[in-house]
Design a protein around this ligand. Sequence first.
Ligand code: PHE
Length: 357
Amino acid sequence: MDDLKQKYLSQIADAGDESALEDIRLAAVGKKGEVALKMRELGKMTPEERQVAGPALNALKDEINSALAAKKAALGDAALDERLRSEWLDVTLPTRHQRQGSIHPVSQVTEELTAIFAEMGFSVAEGPRIDTDWYNFDALNIPGHHPARAEMDTFYMARGEGDDRAPHVLRTHTSPVQIRTMEAEGAPLRIICPGGVYRADYDQTHTPMFHQVEGLAIDKDLSMANLKWVLEEFFSAFFEIDGIKTRFRASHFPFTEPSAEVDIQCSWVDGQLRIGEGDGWMEVLGSGMVHPKVLQAGGIDPNEWQGFAFGMGIDRIAMLKYGIPDLRAFFDADLRWLRHYGFASLDQPNLHGGLSR
Ligand code: PHE
């Protein structure tokens, strides 16, 4: 028994890993191990012999088992020490540089103006960019022969061979959303509609796709005075200049009567544009009182309701506010431009936090 004990304790001490240890366990105290074989021999012994050998064998078995457990724990500790030594991390290293995306000025300005008009009770309406000529023209009192159709440089969708219905158009303005919203919601109404519009035009201030925001308010007793107040409130908040002045110039749109083009006060100092000061004027939008025929086309009784509408270029006011010189660059997807003029994604515009970056 002493020999067995010596043999296994020294094997256990020498075991290099857990699988060697398991082999030793099976050979020593497993079901068919040497200690079990010895236990079987107990049956052939005299009772006196058995009284000595039985407890001794059990003690041997216990001793080997606890040597195995101790060695197993020691091997585990050694493995952990080795991992701690070889796997390490320098938490003082600088982080890897990660490029962040940015919010496009058109998206930012759309958020800004939505926040400002929301404060005045306007909700956001939307319509399709591909629309029928009825919504884009006829319903807005622009009949087929009207020169405004030609002036708009409209993109027409192609029809299939033999399909002679009037073609759909890429909307030339956001005004068709006036009709769609009147149809869907009736009066009274207070909505803005920001979105992309299309005209075949291309130079420093024109691109074939650009963005407008339509405004429409319909109620029992709205007038041009309400329109002027809403616009001046908007421009003061948007350009962050108190009491900005607007100038209304008589104009003509088929869908408003009377109509006005609206300028905001500005000046040029050393070739730099300053909004809200001086004695110059900058045209920023078209507007007027909604034409009775337009109300009718939208299913609203012009004898009961009236309202005002306006349409403004979003890209244009973005250029004015953030000093961006060329409209075409808005849509070039040039990363350097986007990083320079873009906004941080956490820079959420709202009236209370201030609208500037
Ligand atoms: N739809 C006009 C345009 O695109 C702008 C406008 C909208 C004018 C609403 C008056 C009223 O030029």
